[in-house]
Design a protein around this ligand. Structure first.
Ligand code: UD1
Length: 359
């Protein structure tokens, strides 16, 4: 079977790494893949370093679409991917996650009568103000096969009318890469330069438009974190989207250490040795659950509810008072314990390849 694997943005690279590793380990499965990088993320620190560390082969093509408004970026991906898919027909396009590249390439493939499989299908925040939620809904309305991370995702797909025979509960492929990386993690420089001790600091990541595009809001979040961590410090690897806005308000703090985006091995080291994470990312809610690290999520909702019901995650929405009380819970050691959700076991890619081989 010929498959085309699409990846465009940082979280996609972490997911396709596991799938590609498994395909390469099992040549007898007869899966021949072509890798398309849409170029949605192009900075060395958001893209190239992930290919190097996660041993992802160089893409067969980079569509170099770059940045733009939602419509500009989506449109450019569609225009370029259509040309590529016509020139390189395939039996199946595999898309992962919920970024603009996921949705754009799904639409193109379906209009060219090509089957689409979606890895991480079915999760929903029901928050239509998030571009990712629109991407999830459009992708899942069109896909042919759905690889899911949870029973919640399975239910969402069934409720939207998708036949059970097309839904495959395989677990969380992002965790495959986490399990593989556990022996390879790398201490980031900031640990030594700032003499950070295990459990002696927090990790911050913020990049959602709803938290970072309004400079006043971004400032008030960081001010509250600064107050809440009291005598501790926090390391904040700054996403380019957030960096632009931080530059605008020239925000500075002794307790919040701003660093460039870290590599995957460095970032996992940082989280694993921290007291807790404060984030608005999707993937970090999952990774902290598996690592058993407290996670405070600055969003009113999540498409990954099992990280709350089973894992170490809590949502605090916009409630900055709750942020301070949550940090206090971590400090006093009264944060809840969690468990790892079903099939988040590092063997998801193996199950996907089994299913693809049987098709
Ligand atoms: C995208 C995804 C989001 C994912 C995130 C992870 C969508 C709609 N959003 O958000 O789901 O969680 O990636 O990082 O697909 N930029 C750079 N260098 C880069 C890439 C982007 O400087 O390599 C800048 C762009 O100029 C842009 C901003 O960052 O202004 C946002 O980039 P974009 O790809 O639109 O979305 P993200 O916020 O990264």
């Amino acid at each position: 079977m010929k498959i085309t694997i699409v990846a465009g943005a940082r979280p996609n690279f972490i997911k396709i790494a596991a799938l590609i590793r498994e395909i390469k380990m099992r040549p007898e499965a007869g899966l021949h893949f072509r890798l398309v990088h849409t170029g949605q993320h192009y900075d060395q620190k958001l893209s190239q370093i992930f290919f190097e560390e996660l041993q992802i082969p160089a893409p067969d093509v980079n569509l170099t679409v770059g940045s733009g408004s939602q419509a500009e970026q989506t449109g450019r991906i569609m225009i370029e991917f259509e040309k590529d898919l016509i020139a390189n027909p395939t039996d199946m396009v595999i898309v992962v996650g919920d970024v603009n590249s996921t949705m754009a390439c799904t639409i193109v493939a379906k209009k060219l009568q090509t089957k689409v499989a979606h890895i991480e299908a079915g999760i929903r925040s029901f928050d239509y103000s998030m571009p990712e939620e629109v991407n999830r809904i459009v992708t899942d309305a069109l896909a042919d096969y759905y690889f899911t991370t949870s029973s919640y995702a399975n239910d969402n797909l069934r409720l939207s009318g998708i036949d059970q025979s097309r839904i495959f509960f395989v677990g969380n492929i992002m965790i495959d890469t986490l399990v593989w990386a556990k022996d390879r993690i790398k201490k980031p420089d900031v640990i030594d330069t700032r003499s950070l001790k295990r459990n002696g600091y927090y990790v911050i990541t913020l990049h959602r438009p709803s938290n970072v595009d309004n400079v006043a809001k971004l400032r008030s979040i960081l001010d509250s974190i600064e107050a809440g961590i009291e005598n501790s410090v926090a390391v904040f690897p700054v996403h380019p989207r957030t960096a632009k806005n931080l530059d605008q308000c020239s925000w500075k703090s002794d307790k919040i250490i701003l660093v460039d985006p870290l590599s995957y091995f460095e970032f996992i080291y940082l989280v694993q040795h921290s007291a807790g994470a404060i984030t608005d990312s999707g993937g970090i809610q999952e990774e902290t659950t598996v690592l058993g690290i407290p996670c405070i999520t600055l969003r009113p909702n999540t498409e990954r509810p099992e990280t709350i019901s089973e894992g170490t995650n809590e949502l605090i929405g916009d409630d900055l008072q709750k942020l301070v009380s949550s940090l206090n819970k971590i400090k006093t050691g009264t944060w809840k314990n969690g468990r790892v959700p079903a099939l988040w076991d590092g063997r998801t890619a193996e199950r996907i390849v089994d299913i693809l081989t049987g098709m």
